[in-house]
Write a protein that binds this ligand. Structure first.
Ligand SMILES: [Zn+2]
Length: 305
């Protein structure tokens, strides 16, 4: 493995303390607007969905309302589908894919399902284009009781206040070149470890859960998305992000062990989508379309079985 120069904060092989975490936070800047990009778009769905604020986070005296869209008049007869985006706030198409799915298909699928949709779980990270929250915590490793990440604890509480039974959970993510350039080096520095480079997969892939792996469900989504964008090939070792593939474009994680968002409510069906936005063959619109297509194909599979 190729080793690279040390991250700009902290000392090599020494875990960060509060001083280094504060130094990291000081250099983070707001780069886009949660209100203009996200809240305005959520508001446009008010005719068809209940829009609920489930928490408000305050960071550095700025407040971020956390929003969930829910099916109006929920029925016990319809199974619940949870869609989450922006657990990693920098992964743009996850946020806009969740909103766009509701705009384009939400109404029709409410015939069969009731939805809970949290399009932007980590709004501070959306605005500052970050993976961590301001406390240098990765929300997608922090979905467990008494989580130190308010983004996670408030979402879990919001979902469990509505239902204990989620049929399907789609957690919409991206894998980006900045994972290698910034976020993984920062993590290694924070944890006092040597950064070892990893290959960024060129294309879309899915992370399924070992606890509910349904190969045909995952395949249905891959088959649909490959009409929109290319699927990530495995590397020379047969891996995607150092994990052996189970089938083309699909790897498995133990999502409860790693405290991932898509594992917290133990659904019957779940997947984590990973769009690759940095390919020369893709643009913002295709990234969003890939997210929407994955959700739609997953729901169609469930309806057909
Ligand atoms: Zn992610």
């Amino acid at each position: 493995m190729k080793k690279t120069a040390h991250y700009s904060i902290g000392r090599p092989l020494q875990k960060w303390g509060e001083t280094e975490k504060q130094a990291w936070l000081r250099v983070q800047k707001t780069k886009r607007s949660y209100e203009k990009d996200v809240l305005v778009n959520i508001e446009q769905l008010r005719a068809d969905f209940d829009i609920q604020q489930y928490e408000e986070l305050t960071y550095d005296s700025k407040t971020y309302p956390l929003m969930m869209l829910a099916t109006k008049d929920p029925s016990d007869n319809k199974p619940t589908v949870l869609i989450t985006g922006g657990v990693h706030g920098y992964e743009t198409s996850g946020v806009h894919g969740a909103i766009h799915f509701l705009k384009t298909h939400g109404k029709e699928y409410q015939t069969y399902f009731q939805f809970l949709v949290a399009p932007c779980v980590s709004p501070w990270s959306y605005e500052t284009i970050n993976r961590w929250n301001p406390d240098t915590i990765d929300p997608n490793r922090s979905f467990y009781p008494d989580s130190p990440a308010a983004e996670c604890s408030s979402l879990m509480q919001a979902v469990f206040s509505k239902t204990q039974s989620v049929l399907a959970h789609f957690d919409l993510h991206e894998t980006t070149d900045s994972d290698e350039d910034e976020f993984r080096p920062a993590r290694a520095a924070r944890d006092g470890e040597v950064f070892e480079k990893q290959e960024i997969p060129d294309g879309f892939y899915l992370v399924a859960d070992t606890s509910n792996y349904n190969p045909a469900f995952q395949k249905a989504m891959i088959d649909a998305v490959q009409k929109i964008t290319h699927i990530a090939p495995s590397d020379a070792q047969g891996n995607i992000i150092d994990v052996p593939i189970e089938q083309p474009g699909v790897i498995l994680y133990d999502k409860q062990k790693y405290k991932l968002c898509a594992g917290f409510c133990q659904p019957t069906y779940s997947t984590t989508t990973e769009v690759y936005p940095d390919s020369p063959n893709i643009n913002d619109e295709i990234c969003i379309k890939a997210q929407v297509t994955a959700v739609k194909a997953g729901l169609d599979f469930i309806l057909a079985t």
